[in-house]
Design a protein around this ligand. Structure first.
Ligand code: ARG
Length: 401
């Protein structure tokens, strides 16, 4: 049997190579996607070859990730439960797409992933694989054999698989351009314990000697396209903002997350670029979308983020929601100026050719074009229904809420 494995070079997927060869008698092809992780991917490839894979492919998918996934998330201001920028969830769907393409080229019978039966990622892989390629078997050896991390490490030692995680601190690391997760172990898993000091990779915990700095982020139809008027690729832009803002100590979050099934898990993320771009994008939307569009879109955005989190990339509701989101983004063009200070960022001004700000409608100064009597008349009608209800309930001694 020929199997294409989504291979990161980490513990789980390295164990999978050997398990697929030994227990499933499979010929293994490994696919590693460069999604902007701070890992030595050539080393990961060397390791796969040493473990006897038939073929190994390294794909640079960073720009596709930025344009087709991360910038969709910007348009949707996507923060699951208001905190998590979905970096881990989003790139799984791209990895599945790539693994399926290779599996078809290689005429493989199955695809495989290294997920356990514990997390959310198994759903993202299984469901998307099945929708994209129902003819392929989906194998998940770690889950099928119910292996614990300690058993995996012992298996590696027995089989001579190099282990890149110390047994006393075996954190999971999951990183891409959009952000980084380090955790799933010890104090990092326990919501009562303070954020561990040693888990950050891109955010400086206590930045020293930083002066305030201003940057302008430019958007075209909801997509970030440049900084300070300078156009750049998605990858350049994300990396630049990540390094700059991370250097200021901004862009991390520590909270109790609800898993797909609704159990509670403590998660710590660093995502300076995601938090900054979403904050800037939302700021621009507030200038160019109407009050009604904004309140309705907020609800749509939240649903979009939940679908991505819940493993349901293929759910038709996602593209239905995206049709609405795309329509709104036609006017989201302009620039947002951000002030960076140690441990915080703040939008301080914004401009757009589609701005809905009309000075004479809201100015308190001499430019005001509103006759104040209009306010009095409008208020009378606007509150009439509520005033009547309040009075009637009061008369009937029903305590008004
Ligand atoms: N809780 C997040 C999610 O479900 C992040 C998971 C991080 N990855 C991991 N292997 N634990 O998307």
């Amino acid at each position: 049997m020929k199997v294409v494995l989504a291979y990161s070079g980490g513990l789980d997927t390295s164990v999978c190579i050997k398990l697929l060869q030994e227990k499933y008698k499979a010929e293994v092809i490994t696919v590693t996607c460069d999604v902007g992780q701070h890992e030595d991917l050539d080393e990961a490839g060397e390791k796969a070859k040493k473990l006897g894979v038939k073929k190994h492919l390294l794909l640079d998918v960073k720009e596709e990730l930025a344009q087709e996934y991360l910038f969709k998330a910007v348009k949707a201001n996507a923060l699951y439960e208001d905190y998590y920028p979905l970096h881990s969830a989003l790139h799984r769907y791209l990895i599945v797409k790539k693994v399926v393409e290779i599996a078809k080229q290689e005429k493989a019978e199955a695809v495989a992933h290294g997920n356990t039966g514990l997390g959310n990622d198994q759903m993202r892989y299984d469901i998307t694989f099945k929708a994209f390629a129902p003819e392929l078997k989906v194998l998940a050896p770690i889950r099928e054999m119910n292996l614990t991390r300690e058993q995996e490490i012992d298996y590696c030692i027995k089989k001579g698989i190099p282990v890149n995680r110390p047994k006393d601190k075996p954190y999971s690391i999951d990183e891409n351009l959009w952000g980084c997760f380090v955790g799933d172990y010890g104090d990092a898993e326990d919501p009562t314990k303070d954020t561990p000091e040693d888990i950050f990779r891109t955010v400086v915990r206590n930045p020293k000697g930083k002066e305030s700095l201003f940057i302008t982020i430019d958007f075209e139809s909801g997509v970030p396209i440049g900084i300070n008027g300078q156009r750049m690729t998605g990858v350049e832009l994300i990396q630049k903002i990540r390094d700059l803002v991370g250097g200021y100590g901004y862009g991390w979050v520590d909270f109790t997350e609800d898993t797909v099934v609704g159990t509670k898990i403590r998660q710590t993320y660093e995502s300076p670029a995601a938090f900054t771009l979403i904050k800037a994008h939302l700021d621009l939307e507030k200038l160019v979308l109407t009050k009604r569009e904004l309140t309705f879109k907020h609800f749509i955005d939240k649903r979009w983020a939940e679908l991505i989190f819940d493993g349901l990339w293929v759910e038709p509701l996602r593209s239905d929601l995206e049709s609405f989101i795309e329509e709104t983004q036609k006017v989201v063009t302009g620039s947002v100026k951000i002030m960076l200070l140690p441990n915080m960022i703040m939008p301080v001004s914004r401009t757009s050719p589609n701005s809905l700000y009309i000075k004479k409608l809201t100015s308190y100064g001499p430019e005001s074009g509103v006759r104040q009597i209009m306010g009095q008349h409008f208020t009378e009608l606007w509150g009439a229904g509520s005033i009547v209800a309040y009075q009637i309930r009061k008369e009937k001694n029903e305590k008004p809420k």
